[in-house]
Design a binder for this molecule. Structure first.
Ligand code: DGP
Length: 114
């Protein structure tokens, strides 16, 4: 049994967060420490610790994350100007929360990728 993360508690509304979207597969909420005017995290409702643990059965959930990213980008009116999607995996990428999440960043020119 995997240990629940802070994101599990947000998904279950046990701790407060600015949730923008939720359905049966994913939840999206604003990052507590935004790195851009729009900084949203899109998270599977089930706990997958990192991309290393992704399995075939997660395919629909991972696809939904992209659909929700595009939907939120439109809602935030950054779809035309552009945005960046980032998923960090493990130490070298600086992953802090071991619950897969996609960062949606935009609202300003983001500069070089790294
Ligand atoms: P990463 O380095 O990819 O694991 O990013 C984790 C992100 O999660 C980081 O940008 C800060 C954000 N974060 C951490 N704790 C919380 C929280 O309790 N609430 C919210 N909304 N975001 C959080």
């Amino acid at each position: 049994m995997l240990k629940e993360t802070i994101f599990s508690k947000i998904i279950k509304h046990e701790i407060s967060s600015d949730i923008l979207y939720q359905d049966e597969l994913v939840t999206a909420f604003r990052d507590v420490s935004p790195k851009a005017p729009t900084h949203v995290l899109i998270v599977p409702n089930i706990l997958i610790p990192s991309i290393n643990e992704v399995k075939n059965e997660h395919e629909k959930t991972l696809g939904r994350m992209f659909l929700v990213a595009a939907k939120i980008a439109r809602a935030e009116k950054i779809n035309e100007s552009g945005y960046r999607l980032i998923i960090n995996c493990n130490k070298h990428a600086g992953q802090e929360i071991y619950h897969v999440h996609m960062h949606l960043l935009g609202g300003k020119a983001l500069g070089p990728m790294i």
